[in-house]
Design a protein around this ligand. Structure first.
Ligand code: 13P
Length: 249
C-alpha cells in the first residue's frame, strides 16, 4: 500500500511574511493530515521554510535544479546544494520549465540523474497539452517523456523516485482531468516502469497535479494509481491545502 503524498508547489509566489503565515497555519492543521506532506518554495525561501518547519513532519523540496554539479553556471543551483540544505525532493520537468524555459526531454533526464546522484528524490513531471490530447496522442507524449528518463536510468526506475502527471491543460485553468482520465494515464505510466521487479514498480508514487481543490481531491485520490497530489494555486491557501491533505487517505 502506497502512502499518499500531498505536495505544494508554490511556483514563483510568496514573500517572507506571507510564507510565515501560510506555514504557521499549515503546521497548526497538520495533525488532521493522514498523508505525507511537502512544500516546494522558491529557492530564496527554502532556508526560512526549514526554520519554520523544524520539528514537523513536513518535507521540503525545490522546484528545479541544475543538471551540473558545480562550476561556472551563473544563476544555477546544484543538487548538492539542495541536499546540503536538507531538501528531500526536487521537481524535474515541470511543464512550465519545459514550455517557458525550453527544457527538453534530454535536459529533464540529465536533471533527474543529477538529483539522484546527490541523494535527492526527483519528482518527474509529465503530461500532455490540450492540442496533444485532442489529437489523440496524449499517451504517446507521456510515453516519450517517461521513457526519456527511464532510459537514462538504464531501464530501471530508481526506487523512491516519484512521478507527477500534470496535464498541461489542467494547470492553473480550473479544468481538472476527470478521475478516470487521470487514472488511465497513471496506470499507463506505471506500466511503462515495469522492469522485471513488478513489486518495486507497484510501490512507485505517482502524484496528480492540475487544479486540485478540496472539492475534487477525494475523488481523484480514490483512484487506484493516484498516490497524492502536486498542488499549485490551492497550496498557497492553508485551508485549501489542508483540505486536500485531509482527503488523501
Ligand atoms: P494548479 O494546482 O494551480 O493547477 O497547478 C498545478 C501544478 O502545476 C503543480 O505543480
Amino acid at each position: 500500500m502506497r502512502k499518499k503524498l500531498v505536495a505544494g508547489n508554490w511556483k514563483m509566489n510568496g514573500s517572507l511574511a506571507k510564507n510565515q503565515v501560510l506555514l504557521d497555519s499549515v503546521k497548526q492543521g497538520l495533525a488532521s493530515a493522514p498523508c505525507d506532506v511537502a512544500v516546494f518554495p522558491p529557492f530564496p525561501y527554502l532556508l526560512p521554510a526549514f526554520e519554520s518547519l523544524r520539528g514537523t513532519r513536513v518535507a521540503i523540496g525545490a522546484q528545479t535544479l541544475s543538471e551540473y554539479p558545480e562550476g561556472a553556471y551563473t544563476g544555477e543551483v546544484s543538487a548538492g546544494m539542495l541536499k546540503e540544505l536538507g531538501c528531500v525532493y526536487v521537481l524535474v520537468g515541470h511543464s512550465e520549465r519545459r514550455s517557458l524555459f525550453g527544457e527538453s526531454d534530454s535536459t529533464v533526464a540529465a536533471k533527474f540523474v543529477a538529483a539522484l546522484s546527490a541523494g535527492l528524490l526527483p519528482v518527474l513531471c509529465f503530461g500532455e497539452t490540450l492540442a496533444e490530447r485532442n489529437a489523440g496522442v496524449a499517451l504517446d507524449v507521456v510515453k516519450r517523456q517517461v521513457l526519456a528518463v527511464l532510459e537514462r536510468c538504464g531501464g530501471v526506475w530508481p526506487e523512491q523516485a516519484l512521478l507527477a502527471y500534470e496535464p498541461v491543460w489542467a494547470i492553473g485553468t480550473g479544468l481538472t482531468a476527470t478521475p478516470l482520465q487521470a487514472q488511465e494515464v497513471h496506470a499507463f505510466a506505471r506500466s511503462l516502469l515495469v522492469s522485471g521487479v513488478a513489486e518495486r514498480d507497484a510501490g512507485v508514487r505517482i502524484l496528480y497535479g492540475g487544479s486540485v481543490k478540496p472539492q475534487n481531491a477525494a475523488e481523484l485520490f480514490a483512484q487506484p494509481d493516484i498516490d497524492g497530489g502536486l498542488i499549485g494555486g490551492a497550496s498557497l491557501q492553508a485551508e485549501d491545502f489542508l483540505g486536500i491533505c485531509r482527503a488523501a487517505v
